[in-house]
Design a binder for this molecule. Structure first.
Ligand code: F6R
Length: 365
């Protein structure tokens, strides 16, 4: 049931405040302002030397963002792979370490094969899945469910932010268990997580503006997405979302890589979506935007009020998102990224919920 929406994807994008609320209720003790997870895990984070994260597509970008969180909040080293590479690489896993698998469907063939390989290496396996009865959930030692509810649109939206919420809670739990975060750090981070549903609701308010920007995108043959830090995997996600539902060619790049090649593409005909919350690397991204502007490139900037006032580069449009602490910004910046792809596709007239050549669950490799 699409309720009053034109597509399942639109409905699912708009469900995200609710989804985040449900996921939070499971993993956060709201009154104590603590993460609930630590007691229920069959391992102690202090015994883990390295985490490996494996997933495909959008789920792999959630894993890529989580890598920044585990490093920053828990000082843990993380290796990340797409499942199709992991399974045939037969990577070296140390007995007793932790392997995390992320999958909406829980049936993705490559991710399942990667999980089965990990189990032969005697590591702890933990899956972040949306379907609790799925193969990946059944075969993992620990299952952390995302409470996104059924996702019908082929392009993953609410499952992605749900995965981010679970992984954020897990990274905070890891930081606390390893003594990298104090009790007051944990409380501060939990408060930031509890703000996310409200911030996502506010970000959804930018939809009318994004619809206008999407007209520019819909006219383009190629689009470049740039970001630094956790905004880099989100740039990859933005490019994936746009290409899969609008069939416009898009690429995501770490903003700092611009001058190592992609800058050659910049001209009037290729819009550049810059994802840049006002964080530690904001000014670095701005200098990349200036390089784009100086070559006649059209910039669509996604930032907050402070970022908008300090961006000092000409933009085609600036989408101003709510102010928030930077750590968990990807959960909020995912919204304009999804909406931009959605509205571009609607304008082009593609089959948004069932894009050509794609299946919701990739059960063959
Ligand atoms: C992108 C998308 C795919 C999936 C990927 C993994 O919008 O939906 O890239 O993220 O096929 O699927 P799951 O999460 O079911 O393992």
């Amino acid at each position: 049931d699409k309720a009053n929406y034109r597509h399942f994807m639109a409905k699912e994008i708009h469900e995200q405040p609710e989804v985040m609320g449900r996921t939070l209720a499971r993993y956060v003790d709201v009154t104590a302002e603590r993460i609930k997870l630590s007691q229920e895990l069959p391992f102690h984070f202090s015994d883990i030397q390295r985490i490996s994260i494996t997933a495909c597509g959008t789920a792999s970008y959630a894993g890529s963002i989580a890598k920044y969180w585990f490093e920053q909040l828990a000082r843990m080293s993380v290796e990340l792979d797409v499942a199709s590479e992991f399974r045939y690489r037969e990577p070296l896993l140390r007995k007793g370490d932790l392997a995390i698998f992320i999958s909406q469907s829980g049936e993705t063939a490559d991710t399942l094969a990667a999980l089965r390989y990990a189990k032969t290496q005697q590591v702890h396996t933990l899956s972040v899945v949306n379907v609790p009865t799925s193969s990946i959930a059944r075969e993992s030692e620990t299952v952390l469910q995302t409470f996104a509810g059924p996702e019908i649109g082929v392009a993953s939206t609410k499952a992605f932010t749900g995965q981010l919420m679970v992984l954020a809670a897990l990274a905070v739990a890891a930081g606390k268990a390893r003594g990298e975060l104090s009790e007051s750090d944990e409380i501060r981070l939990v408060r930031e997580l509890l703000e996310i549903p409200r911030l996502i609701a506010a970000a959804l308010g930018s939809e009318p503006q994004i619809e206008k920007v999407a007209r520019e995108i819909a006219k383009s043959r190629d689009v470049l997405y740039l970001g630094r830090g956790t905004s880099f995997p989100l740039a990859l996600e933005g490019a994936l979302k746009l290409k899969e539902i609008s069939y416009i060619h898009a690429e995501g790049y770490a903003a700092g890589e611009l001058k190592h090649g992609p800058i050659a593409l910049i001209g009037e005909n290729m819009p550049v979506v810059a994802i840049a919350p006002y964080d530690q690397v904001f000014h670095k991204t701005v200098s990349n935007m200036q390089e784009v502007a100086a070559r006649g490139g059209n910039i669509i900037l996604m930032t907050d009020a402070k970022g908008a006032s300090e961006a000092i580069a000409h933009t085609l449009a600036t989408i101003v998102l709510p102010d928030m602490a930077a750590t968990f910004a990807p959960m909020v910046y995912a919204i304009p990224v999804q909406l931009l792809a959605y509205h571009a596709a609607v304008m082009i007239g593609t089959d948004v919920d069932q894009p050509r050549n794609l299946a919701k669950s990739v059960t063959v490799e």
